[in-house]
Ligand binder design. Structure first.
Ligand code: ATP
Ligand code: MG
Length: 782
């Protein structure tokens, strides 16, 4: 342990070895908060604290897994196994399973994902004959979600005239009825949605003092990462559980609070000191992640926020390169800039794809980036879109499996009762739903009791329903002996799913089959993996729970080398050597929806701070002058966030003044793009071509670097590398002394390959022999 404690600075060491009592570590990005949590747990275990008594709550399951792996490497795997570590949702789902009967739920309850919730809400709206343009199911879902996260139950809702009034004002007077129906339907289906996992935990802990006492005694030590983004519901759970021993350690950064829109409450961190007695407050100031340039730039930006705790963040890391700011004509050009920069950096620096991340404000922005990366054959992965487990074909398979565990699961049943088609029409399903609602029973029970119920269904259909029920029951029998993989393999074949997907020979059909195969592979892994864990049963129920709470960040096995594409929200806590923040334009980032109040704008600025502080070595800020949004090409202005950064940290390849008057750019922009009519008072403004008066000698000088950001290069970006130039083929010979923009002087040792693939091995004075692709290396023979 000693050896590990030496890997901490003295400010980090203090909170790490402070075990008892309430404490908070407030510190800026990259200062080692997560490291402190990790080492603290290892230290506690080295002091003979039973891992069984430790609960650590993280922001993603991936973070939990990484932390656990790190701890295992310090204290040993068998010790670490007993730690309870995970997201709020995954930890409390486990507790709810154990205690489900207290709340009238089966322990095998289903977890509805947002897709399931959406479908259920949409069908309720339809059943109630409401106008779906006024009652938009996604909006209804997010309202219900915010009620639940504020602990407003259906009963509380109907007792609160203000809420009823507010919904009536929003032209949704039936909101409460939908909420009530939704909650009842979930309950009847033995299902909890994501918010229920927190809401029901709160209910459990308040209604049953013995249960509360049990978990208070169990979790004597509680640790929470990213505390600034906890919502009210999570806050109350932590408070309740830690109330007895008050051994609570939270770490966070108010400057990185970015989930207010989902109910996160920054006051949880600001008020922590009031919530407990004798809170010890620790601050960390040294950033270990990023270069001086990045740290200073990030500081200069967060400085603009009024609501913040004063913090110092500095780093002893090297100065590093300045942050590159690049402007493109269109979002397509922006994508090409990103792709070519990645391509060239990889060549120059010999780094893997996984060193790069492209961060954006909205998921829709990924398309242009993807297109460009594909053209360059650069492998990438999008995180946070549709997760693997939400794809249609995967959900179809999973729905069968969910019915095996919980036949009451209404959404699963509706999904597969007639898929693959087995002649059970929508009318029949509707009648079943009505009957089930009338009887207060799950649909599956109604199907099984058809003979005893008055329902208009003909004998042919009855037989088909009967077959369906028998099919599911046969799976239930098989589940008693087979493992997850065997069962799923059998299900995909015997249900007709495979046949159905195989039927259409389209590329989509083939992709679906591949996904199912991937799912089965994952199950095999799961089964194998579980065999090694003493506390896991490897059961289907367990698999489904993992899957229900998996985000695609968790899915990342790190087995392939790819550029990461994700929203900034998802990137919290992560780090990458090279980070692109794209789409830095007014109305996009900051988002148009967040410009109404200062606090909204400040949240956007925190988001930008989070984005920038993910970068270790080099950050790139990019924006386009026009962009396709909502199917239209609209003109854009650079984000205020670029201007807010102290200019000394920026490498604006084209100075703002010059760019404004650049003839090439302006002529081409305003040739086909509407001039900016908004008349915004922003400093950076692009004048329409007709006002353009070129300054003498304003045509820009070519930057010396290989950057493809100059106007001259803007257009042929894609050609710089595709159009293989033979420029150096003949010129360069072994023995030449050359100059490289980054590595300096060197001697050519070897030349190999032909044409576009010509490489030179060069020994540089600055140290090291590097192999460079000549078409990118831009060498100068001296
Ligand atoms: P964020 O606010 O982004 O979540 P954080 O405060 O949790 O950041 P960490 O992720 O724990 O910071 O640490 C940032 C990086 O610095 C990590 O790569 C970590 O391993 C490294 N690091 C932290 N402390 C030290 C140290 N004392 N010596 C060397 N490296 C360190
Ligand atoms: Mg962290």
């Amino acid at each position: 342990m000693e050896e590990y404690l030496n890997q901490l600075n003295s400010a980090q060491l203090e909170p790490t070895i402070q075990i008892e009592g309430p404490m908070i570590v407030i510190a800026g990005a990259g200062s080692g908060k997560t490291r402190v949590l990790t080492y603290r747990i290892a230290y506690m275990m080295s002091k003979d604290i039973d891992p069984f008594n430790i609960l650590a709550l993280t922001f993603t399951n991936k973070a939990a897994r990484e932390m656990k792996a790190r701890i295992a490497s310090i204290v040993g795997a068998s010790e670490a196994k007993n730690l309870w570590m995970g997201t709020f949702h995954s930890v409390f789902a486990k507790i709810l399973r154990i205690e489900a009967d207290r709340l009238g739920y089966p322990s095998n309850f289903t977890i509805y994902d947002t897709q399931d919730s959406d479908r259920l809400i949409a069908s309720i709206i339809k059943e109630m004959n409401l106008d779906k343009d006024i009652y938009k199911y996604k909006q209804i879902r997010s309202r219900i979600s915010s009620y639940k996260n504020s602990l407003i139950t259906v009963r509380a809702y109907f007792q609160n005239p203000e809420l009823i009034e507010a919904d009536a004002m929003a032209r949704r007077p039936r909101m409460g009825d939908i909420y009530k129906e939704y909650v009842e339907r979930c309950f009847k289906a033995g299902a909890m949605d994501f918010d229920d996992l927190l809401l029901k935990t709160n209910e459990l802990l308040t209604r049953f003092p013995d249960v509360l006492a049990k978990y208070q005694n169990r979790f004597k030590y509680i640790l929470v990462d990213e505390y600034q983004d906890t919502n009210h519901s999570q806050y109350l759970i932590v408070r309740a559980l830690s109330d007895k021993f008050q051994n609570i350690c939270v770490v966070g950064d108010d400057a990185q609070s970015i989930y207010a829109f989902r109910g996160a409450n920054i006051n949880n961190i600001l008020n922590f000191q009031k919530d407990y007695d004798d809170v010890k407050v620790f601050r960390l100031e040294q950033n270990y992640r990023s270069t001086k340039n990045i740290v200073n730039a990030a500081n200069s930006i967060i400085d603009k926020n009024q609501t913040k705790l004063e913090k110092i963040v500095w780093t002893a890391n090297e100065e590093g390169a300045k942050i590159k700011v690049n402007r493109s004509l269109t979002d397509g050009d922006e994508g090409r800039y990103v792709a070519s920069t990645i391509f060239e950096t990889k060549m120059q620096e010999h780094v893997p794809n996984s060193d790069f991340a492209v961060l954006y404000r909205t998921n829709a922005q990924s398309r242009a980036i993807e297109d460009a990366l594909r053209k360059r054959d650069i492998k990438y992965r999008i995180y946070g879109g549709l997760s693997f487990y939400q794809r249609k074909e995967i959900k179809d398979v999973l729905s069968y499996l969910r019915l095996v565990i919980n036949p009451a699961d209404e959404e699963a049943l509706k999904r597969v009762i007639n898929f693959p088609p087995r002649g059970i029409g929508q009318t029949t399903v509707d009648r079943l739903v009505v009957a089930a609602n009338g009887l207060g029973k799950p649909i599956f029970d109604v199907i099984k009791d058809l003979d005893k119920i008055e329902i208009k269904i003909n004998s042919g259909t009855r037989a088909k329903l009967d077959n369906f029920a028998t099919l599911i029951e046969s799976y239930q029998v098989m589940n008693q002996t087979a493992d997850v993989f065997e069962l799923a393999e059998h299900v995909t074949r015997s249900s007709g799913l495979i046949r159905e997907f195989n039927k259409d020979g389209t590329p989509e059909g083939v992709a679906r089959m591949e996904n199912i195969e991937e799912l089965l592979n994952g199950m095999k892994d799961f089964v194998e993996g579980q065999k090694e864990l003493a506390d896991a049963t490897g059961s289907l129920a367990e698999f489904l729970e993992d899957v229900a709470l998996a985000t695609d960040l968790d899915n990342d096995k790190g087995d392939s080398d790819h550029v990461a594409l994700m929203t900034i929200h998802l990137a919290k806590g992560l780090e990458f050597p090279y980070v692109f923040i794209v789409g830095l334009e007014e109305d996009l980032f900051p988002s148009a929806m967040s410009m109404n109040t200062r606090s909204e704008l400040e949240e956007e600025r925190r988001l930008f701070y989070v984005a920038l502080t993910r970068a270790e070595k080099q950050a790139y800020l990019t924006y386009a002058l026009s962009r396709y949004r909502w199917g239209k090409l609209i003109d854009a202005e650079p984000s205020r966030f670029i201007e807010e950064i102290d200019e000394q940290y920026l490498d604006i390849v084209t100075p703002i003044e010059e760019r404004r008057y650049n003839p090439m750019l302006d002529a081409s922009i305003f040739g086909d793009v509407e001039p900016n009519k908004k008349g915004s008072p922003d400093k950076i403004r692009y004048k329409p071509a007709k006002q353009f008066k070129p300054k003498k000698g304003a045509s820009r000088k070519e930057p010396e670097k290989f950057q493809v950001t100059t106007p001259k290069n803007l257009k042929p970006v894609s050609k710089t590398s595709n159009g293989a130039s033979n420029l150096f083929d003949s010129k360069l010979v072994v023995g030449n002394i050359v100059k490289h923009i980054r590595f300096g002087k060197g001697e050519v040792l070897k030349i190999e390959g032909k044409g576009a693939d010509t490489k030179a091995e060069i020994k540089f004075e600055t140290g090291g022999i590097k192999k460079l692709l000549l078409r990118f290396a831009k060498l100068e023979v001296i």
